[in-house]
Design a protein around this ligand. Structure first.
Ligand code: GAL
Length: 374
């Protein structure tokens, strides 16, 4: 199966936009390996929009930009496969991509064959320039059919920003992940907006078709194509933690060739990755806060009977947050002791009774791993 757990990797868009080259992709792939990110699970290297020539060739085939990718995409895929990585590429359900390059509308089967022949492992499929009057379902079903019959396993990453009630049909159409939000930008307000946009969509993430809350901006430090002032280290931690808990795809978007230590530590946090990659892939449920609508608690049941719990303060003031064990199905008479570990500060552990509470500064979180003991 192609997508038992959410895909992890890196995508060119957030930092580089149209400024992509074969050299950049190779350097980023090498950085994934040398930084230890690959060993932590990040395997997909995805080339986003702006990789092709402006027009198809005389037989209607897509042509890689001759200056940006002088050796073609197949050679690049070969390089990445030699590093035990996977290569992703981008196209669009409409007649043009969002940046105006050729889209796959009415070329779906030919393009899927081209991608398979090049050795592509992942296709991000966008929604710009979609012909009016043709339902999105039909277009995503088409590309899903084309990829599944291309002779190669290609992960289908649907990106229609959650429009047109995609939650209700993307899974059945054949996508492996689906963008459940609009575009992310490198600012706290954008992160918070995307978090709020997920309200009600939590139950849809599951093995073989995961919610995708968009590529990560953590580590961008206010630089790059989607820059909007950047975020603090703590805000990036909140962002990465929530994406992990929500079983979102974890696609890094910063310049991983110049990774700072705190970003690297966050991206390779074993506890967060374990939560994100749990084999059962159960969605979170959300517990509202008793007196502060900006604080909320996300709970994810893990396959070994333990729990991942995220307490988040999305508001502007320091606040106390709490989770009551009764609310997650553990009454006082369970006969178990309850042990918790702080996932972001892995050395600490304690036993709790009935409730866990903590003070959270604005825009911060506490992630705990909770286990029932005899
Ligand atoms: C948007 C998409 C972005 C990026 C961009 C490229 O529609 O949401 O993630 O792919 O197009 O033009």
């Amino acid at each position: 199966m192609l997508c038992n757990t959410p895909p992890m990797g890196w995508n060119s868009w957030n930092t580089f936009g149209s400024d992509i080259t074969e050299q950049l992709i190779i350097e980023s792939a090498e950085a994934l390996v040398s930084s230890g990110l690959k060993d932590a699970g990040y395997k997909y290297v995805v080339i986003d929009d702006c990789w092709s020539e402006r027009e198809r060739d005389e037989s209607g085939r897509l042509v890689p930009d001759r200056i940006k990718f002088p050796n073609g995409i197949a050679a690049l895929a070969g390089r990445l496969h030699d590093m035990d990585l996977k290569l992703g590429i981008y196209s669009c359900a409409g007649v043009r991509t969002c940046a105006g390059y050729p889209g796959s509308f009415e070329h779906e089967f030919d393009d899927a064959r081209t991608f398979a022949a090049w050795g592509i492992d992942y296709l991000k499929y966008d929604y710009c320039y979609k012909p009016d009057g043709i339902p999105g379902e039909i277009l995503f079903r088409r590309m899903a059919a084309a990829l599944r019959n291309s002779g190669r396993d290609i992960l289908f990453a649907a990106c229609n920003w959650g429009n047109d009630n995609a939650a209700l049909w993307m899974r059945s159409a054949g996508a492996h992940i689906w963008r459940s939000t609009g575009d992310i930008f490198d600012s706290w307000s954008s992160i918070k907006e995307l978090i709020l946009l997920q309200d009600g969509l939590e139950p849809y993430t599951a093995p073989q078709c995961w919610n995708d809350m968009d590529m990560l901006v953590a580590g961008m430090q206010g630089k790059g194509n989607v820059a909007r002032g950047g975020c603090s280290e703590k805000e990036y931690e909140t962002h990465f933690s929530l994406w992990s808990l929500m079983s979102s795809a974890l696609m890094l978007g910063c310049d991983i060739r110049n990774l700072d230590e705190s970003s690297k530590k966050l991206f390779t946090n074993k506890g967060l990755i374990r939560i994100n990659q749990d084999s059962e892939g159960r969605p979170c449920y959300v517990l509202p806060h008793w007196n502060n609508s900006d604080c909320r608690t996300y709970v994810k049941l893990l396959s070994d009977g333990s729990y991942a719990i995220g307490l988040f303060n999305l508001g502007e003031t320091r606040s106390e947050t709490a989770v009551h064990l009764w609310d997650i199905g553990i009454p006082a008479n369970s006969g178990h002791k309850v042990e918790i570990h702080d996932v972001l500060n892995p050395d600490s552990s304690e036993f709790i009774q009935e409730r866990y509470s903590c003070m959270l500064e604005a825009h911060t979180c506490r992630i705990i791993h909770l286990q029932l003991r005899k």
